[in-house]
Design a binder for this molecule. Sequence first.
Ligand SMILES: NC(=O)c1ccc[n+]([C@@H]2O[C@H](COP(=O)([O-])OP(=O)(O)OC[C@H]3O[C@@H](n4cnc5c(N)ncnc54)[C@H](OP(=O)(O)O)[C@@H]3O)[C@@H](O)[C@H]2O)c1
Length: 299
Amino acid sequence: MSFSLKSSVDLPNSPVPGAQIPLIGLGTYAGSSGGLAPAVKYAVKEAGFRHIDAAYAYFNEKEVGEGIRDSGVPRSEIFITSKVWNTHHRQVEECLDIILSDLGTDYVDLLLIHWPIAMNPKGNSKFLPTREDGSYDIDEEWKVSQTWEQMEAVQRLGKAKQIGVSNFSEWMLETNILPIAKIKPAVNQIELHPYNPQHKLVAYLKKQGIVPVAYSPLGALKRPIAFGRSAKGIPAIPKSSKPSRILTNGSPAQLTPDDVAKLDALSNEPGKQKRFVKLPWGVKLGFEDWDIAETARKQ
Ligand SMILES: NC(=O)c1ccc[n+]([C@@H]2O[C@H](COP(=O)([O-])OP(=O)(O)OC[C@H]3O[C@@H](n4cnc5c(N)ncnc54)[C@H](OP(=O)(O)O)[C@@H]3O)[C@@H](O)[C@H]2O)c1
């Protein structure tokens, strides 16, 4: 199966009839210092990307917005994702208003809960607040289901066309979101590459109409990994700030079913499964390969 930057995937849970997400997007994590706006402009104007993955917590959305405007491509033709950060679970709309102001737009196409982890909004940092003992300052009183209710509210206001989640396990969705959701998440953005294919979670999401989106798709093996995901119809958001790589990452893939099967089987070898984004939150997330004991912050 081949894909191109024009390929899109249906979002069955979206309240917007016919809603889709472009299969390939540009990741923007850790891009800034003057390099991100030109990279975004190049991706949109020259390479033809129509999907940009941003987040409040990347602290670079002004540059993302600048790059999009400089591309000259109309806002309505670009699919922008952003994410509500942990310290804003109690104030989703406030976080989204900052996102919209920084991006210079009046809506995002997709808003995600970045992690199912509410952190103290009045703590010692707006990013990763900590307690005196060094552990993360988790907002124990707040439930992720309450955050989802606020997500539904901003969707109804039209400030976010679609809403979804990120870094949610099946357990987290089953216990916190699906029992109360009036609108089911359109996507779950998760770490997906051949070393962390999460086959069971992907199958579960598809059954629920929740589209998995692959972050860190280049993982350790670089470019072929994103191709493996996209060739299976899973949107992927590879990040690069280098024009030649942006072009390469958005170019059509020619993977045979045999190639995809080989990529899928990589993590089955003993000791090969690996998750790259693993923060010591100290709370249960419910992933098969990520136990709460492993995440407890060292004192
Ligand atoms: N929801 C979440 O919690 C979460 C977590 C992580 C990431 N994300 C999103 O997913 C995006 C992608 O993930 P990621 O940035 O962690 O990792 P990634 O896209 O898998 O890899 C990016 C790295 O690969 C390099 N690279 C890019 N294209 C390449 C190519 N063709 N050949 C060789 N190297 C290449 C990039 O360097 P250069 O820039 O120098 O090319 C960069 O160092 C992020 O930017 C972010 O938008 C979301």
